[in-house]
Design a protein around this ligand. Structure first.
Ligand code: FES
Length: 102
C-alpha cells in the first residue's frame, strides 16, 4: 500500500468532488463538510465519471442515469446501480491530500 499526494485542499475550490489519478487508478475525491473521501471515479453501472455528478448530503449521484452511491462506504443505493464503488483511505498532511492505493 502506498500513499499518493493527489491534490491540495485548495484544489476543491467550491466543489464537493474533483477527479484525480494515482497509481493507475481514476479517482473521485470528495469533500463533505470537513471530511475527505475517495472512490473509484467510474460508475459501476456504465462507466460515467462520478466526478461530473452531483454530491447530495453524503451521496454521489451519477450524471448519466442518476444512480446513487454513499460516498463514505461506496455502497450502491439501488437500481440502476447494484455494484458498490471501490473506496480508498484518505488523509491530509498540511495542505496536501493523500490517498492510499494498493
Ligand atoms: Fe452511472 Fe448509469 S452510468 S447510473
Amino acid at each position: 500500500m502506498t500513499w499518493h499526494a493527489v491534490a491540495a485542499l485548495a484544489d476543491f475550490g467550491g466543489r464537493a468532488v474533483i477527479a484525480r489519478e494515482a497509481g493507475g487508478h481514476a479517482l473521485a475525491l470528495y469533500r463533505v463538510g470537513d471530511a475527505l473521501y475517495a472512490t473509484q471515479n467510474r460508475c459501476t453501472h456504465q462507466n460515467a465519471l462520478l466526478s461530473e455528478g452531483e454530491v447530495v448530503e453524503g451521496y454521489i449521484e451519477c450524471p448519466l442515469h442518476y444512480g446513487l452511491f454513499e460516498i463514505a462506504t461506496g455502497r450502491a443505493q439501488g437500481a440502476p446501480v447494484c455494484r458498490d464503488l471501490a473506496t480508498y483511505p484518505v488523509r491530509v498532511e498540511g495542505e496536501q491530500v493523500l490517498v492510499e492505493i494498493a
